[in-house]
Write a protein that binds this ligand. Sequence first.
Ligand code: PLP
Length: 374
Amino acid sequence: MSHNDLPLKYQLTPVINAAGSFTPLGVSRSSTQVAQSAALAMGSFFIMEELQQLASRRLASWAGCQAGAVTHCTSAAITQAVAACIAGTDESAVAALPDAGERKHLVVIPEGHCVNYGHPIETDIRLAGGRALKAGDQSSLPLPDLERALDAPGVCCLLLVCSRLTSFHDLDLAVAVSAARARGIPAVIDGAAQDLRVQALLATGADAVLVSGQKYLASPTAGLVLGTQSFVEAFRAQERGIGRAMKASKEAIVGVLAALEEREGRDDTAWNLEQQRKVDLLLELLRSCPGIQARAEIDPTCMPFQRVRLALAGGAPAARELVHRFKAGRPSIWVMEHGLAEGILRFELVGLHESEVRHLAHELTAALGEPSQH
Ligand SMILES: *Cc1c(COP(=O)(O)O)cnc(C)c1O
């Protein structure tokens, strides 16, 4: 059975995903090697502690930190990280969560970092027994405002988000981390889709960086915590508390190990060129397409690939109609919709094969070439 046979067997909608590492579409495509490793794990027993210890060593050597661990996903990792900051390794505190009792449980987070990736990040904080203390506003966070928040009584950690979803991108994460650490407050960075930039995020001095295995690393669904030995220890202490509901499966941990091996053996220059080639191809195929302006666009967090940005002459109504028509097609085509109100569509091509890029160009040209389109 091949990949294409599953939608057929279960009568599911075949999908072309130009929306990026998007959870409602199954996030990413794992390689055959990663999939086979996960499949082999499913037929075996393990001493799960050995798997976690091995993952810790492999994650640490890949990211350049002291230790690592695997949990269910990054959403779970945020909850477990906040819980770790509240309870540490105190057994009774771990058992009591999400009831934080008298323990410090305020999580300082920039207001512009209060992202929603399917639910608000504050939900992950509350699940641990924490409460968000927002600093700054949607457009900025001046350092004195951050320092004032960190000085409030009851603060247990600083939570920062590095993502294209944040409402501003010019906060110096290293400066924010230093402000927390100078006060003895641990700093955690949610870098869920930032596995290509983990070293840069760890260089901020954060106690822990949280990453999704299933995004660009393309492992089975997994949340990776990368950080100091003591942070990872407190994080893992939660496995005997609220983390039980968030555990990593054996196939996820083995899949992460395989994905790390693949990543470490990868020629990054060749990979970057391959991404650029797909972007150039789509732009070339759309060159004479009427009613649009197409160009390449860099990622706001400086991920090492570009996306294609399409401005429709028909503005928001035309963009909405196109998105609707694309989703209703077979295969169903999904694009990034965050610029819809301005008549802008964006295409991420990382997860696409060349034949899918060509199909995309063909469908776009057909849709925009029709006189019925406004
Ligand atoms: C995807 C994402 C998450 C959630 O990650 P999961 O592994 O899907 O739980 C959290 N934060 C950000 C910024 C994300 O992009």
